[in-house]
Design a protein around this ligand. Structure first.
Ligand code: FMN
Length: 200
């Protein structure tokens, strides 16, 4: 399976390394997309070493075959996981903002999108964040809710990234089954099935 792994700028970014490693060890291809802020927490080199693929982090990096990188990337994936997902990322997608390679790719996807938020409990309980999650769920984005426990900022509460094994299992559950149509994502859920995948 071809897995797109989006990594955003939260402390739990280091756990995405373990997610990538588990998926690779299970024989899946993993292509990592990192936001600028994610690179403050973990280096792209770590993901590149584990996945054997160049990390995509610049919307304007020279595109393969002269096609926009976010479209080529969106076409490649069978499933997308964003882990950890910041409040900022969730808010941008909910607001239709596509101002970097990760959000632009998410906007162009046809495949299932799994989002695993991780943040301080007060951020997670913020009414705007909660509303954004609800809105995205309504559009077919699937959330892997955070857990309660120790948070890196010293607080306890709900906001800790879901257990890595649980996240990996959720991704694997999206594997296309032989003879079955590919699982669809948010766009198909909105009823535009059959639209030309090559159109951007
Ligand atoms: C040390 C530190 C830890 C942070 N941890 C989180 C976090 O766990 N979750 C979150 O939503 N934002 C967190 N932030 C804030 C995000 O980094 C900030 O909103 C940033 O704009 C996110 O950018 P991105 O979504 O493009 O990666 C943290 C910031 C700092 C400085």
């Amino acid at each position: 399976m071809k897995v797109l792994l989006g990594v955003t700028g939260g402390i739990a970014a280091y756990k995405a390394v373990e997610i990538a490693s588990q998926l690779v060890q299970k024989g899946h291809d993993v292509l990592t997309l990192m936001t600028k802020h994610a690179c403050e927490f973990v280096t792209p080199l770590t993901f590149e070493s584990i996945t054997g693929q160049v990390v995509i982090r610049d919307l304007f990096q020279p595109p393969p075959q002269h096609r926009p990188i976010h479209i080529t990337t969106a076409d490649w994936g069978d499933v997308m996981l964003v882990a950890p997902a910041t409040a900022n990322f969730i808010g941008k997608v909910a607001g239709g903002i596509a101002d970097d390679v990760l959000t632009s790719t998410v906007m162009a996807l046809r495949c299932p999108v799994l989002i695993a938020p991780a943040m301080n409990d007060r951020m997670y309980e913020n009414a705007i964040v909660a509303g954004n999650i609800k809105k995205l769920e309504g559009h077919g984005y699937e959330f892997i809710p955070p857990e309660e426990g120790y948070l890196a900022d010293g607080y306890r509460g709900v906001g800790r990234l879901a257990d890595v094994n649980r996240i990996v299992a959720a991704v694997l559950a999206k594997a296309p089954r032989e003879g079955q149509p590919k699982p669809s994502g948010p766009l198909l859920a909105r009823g535009i099935e059959g639209s030309d995948k090559s159109q951007s």
